[in-house]
Structure formats: C-alpha cells, structure tokens
Design a protein around this ligand. Structure first.
Ligand SMILES: [Zn+2]
Length: 104
C-alpha cells in the first residue's frame, strides 16, 4: 500500500533526525549562565525542534497503526472518509477539512 510506504519512509527519516539531534543534545553547553549565549540558545532551539519531531513521529506511528486497523483515512470527527488530496498533503491527519476547521 503506497500510503503505508510513504508514512514509513517519513517515519524513518524522522527517526534519523531525532537520533542525530539527541546525540548533539547530550552535550549541554553550560559555560556561564550568560543570557543570549549563542551555544545555549542553539541548544534550546534544538531541544524545541526535537520535541516537535518526536510529536510528529508519534503522529506518524499512530497513522500507521490506523492503517493496519483499517480506520486510516476516516475522519475521527464525523466518520466520513477524508479526501485523498488532503491525505496526500497531510498523511497523518485524523480529521476531514470540515472537522479540522471546526476544531480551530
Ligand atoms: Zn469530519
């Protein structure tokens, strides 16, 4: 199934990025408590990035398990199938356009 391959590939790429980030985050720069220290700022940015990537990876894993269950592509809000164009753009979405708008 093409969608599954797409999700798995994206997840693999994400996991690589996460691993790389985790390695570089192991060394926390701690020279001085100086504010605006570029090394600390970069570390904090990387930390925030890592959290975003991990959240995205969790979404992708969730989408893959929904693929296995056969509920993938169904809107969790109204139970209708999500438009293929939307799934192509947002493979890990759980909501159709209408329900997504309502949630905002
Ligand atoms: Zn819906």
């Amino acid at each position: 199934m093409e969608q599954q391959h797409k999700l798995q590939r994206e997840l693999r790429e994400l996991e690589q990025q996460i691993a790389t980030l985790e390695t570089s985050l192991e060394i926390k720069p701690n020279y001085g408590m100086g504010q605006g220290d570029p090394a600390v700022t970069q570390w904090e940015l990387d930390q925030a990035m890592l959290e975003r990537l991990q959240a995205h990876a969790a979404e992708l894993r969730d989408a893959l398990s929904r693929l296995e269950l056969g509920t993938y592509g169904m809107c969790e809000g109204c139970g209708e199938s999500i438009h293929p164009d939307r799934l192509a753009a947002l493979p890990d979405t759980r909501l159709c356009v209408i329900c997504a708008r309502k949630q905002e």
